[in-house]
Write a protein that binds this ligand. Structure first.
Ligand code: MN
Length: 320
C-alpha cells in the first residue's frame, strides 16, 4: 500500500491510540507527539502509550507529560491503534498485548527489518520515522503548524545525529526546510538534544570511555556500561544514548559496539557502522535488527562470552 492509501484508511478514524517503542528515543516520541497534535488539532481524540518513562531531556515538549505508560484493557475505545518507529511487536514491550486488542492496526516505520505485523503497514527506508510522519500528516490533509513542526524536527534531528549521519538525504533537508519555514526551532532542538547534558551523564561518559577497547586491527571499538557504573553516578540507562558515537568517531574504526548491562547476564547491544559493514545483518544473527548503519540486539550470557561472540561475528561480517 502507498502512504496515500494508508492515509485514506486512517482518515475515517475518529480516535487513535499511538504506540511508541519502549526506551523511547526522539524519533518514536516526535512521531507520536506530531500525530497526536495533528489529530487533536482537527478535533480527533488521540492518546500516546509508551511502557518506559520518558527521559527528562524531552520534557521541554509539554505534550510529553501526557504520555501514558499503559491503559487498562477495559478503557480501550479507540477506532485504531497505530505504532510509530516500532520494527517488531517486541519494541512495544508489554503494551503490544493492548495493540492487538484492536482489529484496525496501523504500523508506520522506517526500519528495513520491519516485520509488518499490522493490518496496514507502511515501511519505507528513510532517515527517520518522523520524515514519513511529515508526509502522513500532510496526506491526512492536516496543516502542519509550529507545534507539529517542532515534534517532527525532534525525530529528524535525533535519528540523524542532527543531520550529520549518512542516512540524511535531500528529502531530509527539504522537509526540515519546510518545518523551519512554519516556525520550527531547529536550533533549540539541536541544543537540547546534542549540546547540553546533566553533569552525571558527563561523569558517566568519562568513565565509560576510559573502558573503550579496540579489536580486529583497530576496526572494531567496544564500550561497556555496567549497572554499577550507572549506580555510581545515579544515572539511568537512557543517559548512555549517544555514547556510541564517540568510539565510532575514532579513525580506522569501522564498527562500534556498546554493551549495556540490562540485568544480570543480559545485555542490550547497540551497533554502529561507518558504511563498510552491514550491522543490520550482524544484529539479525542475534535476533535483533534495525538499519544497515545502526542496529541493536539483546544478548544473554557472561560479559566476556558476550563480548567474544560479538567480536567473532563482526570479524565474519568484516570481509577482507
Ligand atoms: Mn527511528
Amino acid at each position: 500500500m502507498t502512504l496515500k492509501e494508508i492515509a485514506e484508511k486512517f482518515k475515517s478514524v475518529k480516535s487513535a491510540l499511538v504506540f511508541s517503542h519502549s526506551r523511547p528515543d526522539g524519533d518514536t516520541l516526535g512521531s507520536a507527539f506530531a500525530l497526536k497534535s495533528a489529530l487533536n488539532k482537527i478535533g480527533k481524540r488521540a492518546d500516546i502509550v509508551c511502557e518506559s518513562p520518558i527521559p527528562q531531556k524531552f520534557s521541554f515538549f509539554p505534550i510529553s507529560s501526557e504520555v501514558k505508560r499503559t491503559i487498562n484493557a477495559e478503557d480501550l475505545n479507540y477506532d485504531a491503534h497505530i505504532s510509530v518507529d516500532c520494527s517488531v511487536p517486541n519494541m512495544m514491550g508489554e503494551n503490544y498485548s493492548l495493540y492487538t486488542k484492536n482489529k484496525n492496526t496501523f504500523n508506520i516505520d522506517h526500519h528495513i527489518s520491519n516485520s509488518e505485523y499490522a493490518k496496514y503497514n507502511y515501511v519505507e527506508d528513510r532517515a527517520s520515522c518522523c520524515e514519513i510522519m511529515y508526509s502522513f500528516i500532510s496526506a491526512l490533509g492536516i496543516e502542519i503548524d509550529k507545534e507539529i513542526a517542532n515534534c517532527i524536527l525532534l525525530g529528524l534531528s535525533t535519528d540523524t545525529g542532527h543531520f550529520m549521519h549518512n542516512n540524511v538525504t535531500s528529502e531530509t533537508f527539504l522537509i526540515a526546510s519546510k518545518l523551519v519555514a512554519v516556525g520550527g526551532d531547529i536550533h533549540e532542538i539541536g541544543y537540547r538534544m546534542f549540546k547540553s547534558q546533566p553533569k552525571n551523564r558527563a561523569l558517566l561518559f568519562v568513565k565509560v570511555m576510559s573502558g573503550m577497547r579496540f579489536f580486529l586491527d583497530g576496526k572494531l571499538a567496544i564500550i561497556h556500561t555496567f549497572k554499577d557504573d550507572l549506580n555510581e553516578f545515579n544515572a539511568t540507562s537512557d543517559l548512555t544514548e549517544g555514547f556510541i558515537d564517540f568510539p565510532l568517531s575514532v579513525d580506522g574504526v569501522e564498527v562500534a559496539i556498546s554493551i549495556l548491562e540490562n540485568k544480570e547476564n543480559c545485555y542490550k547491544i547497540s551497533f554502529r557502522s561507518k558504511g563498510k559493514v552491514n550491522v543490520n545483518e550482524i544484529a539479525s544473527t542475534f535476533g535483533g535488527g534495525g538499519h544497515v548503519l545502526a542496529s541493536g540486539a539483546m544478548l544473554n550470557g557472561f560479559y566476556e562470552d558476550v563480548k567474544d561472540k560479538l567480536i567473532r561475528t563482526v570479524e565474519l561480517n568484516m570481509g577482507e
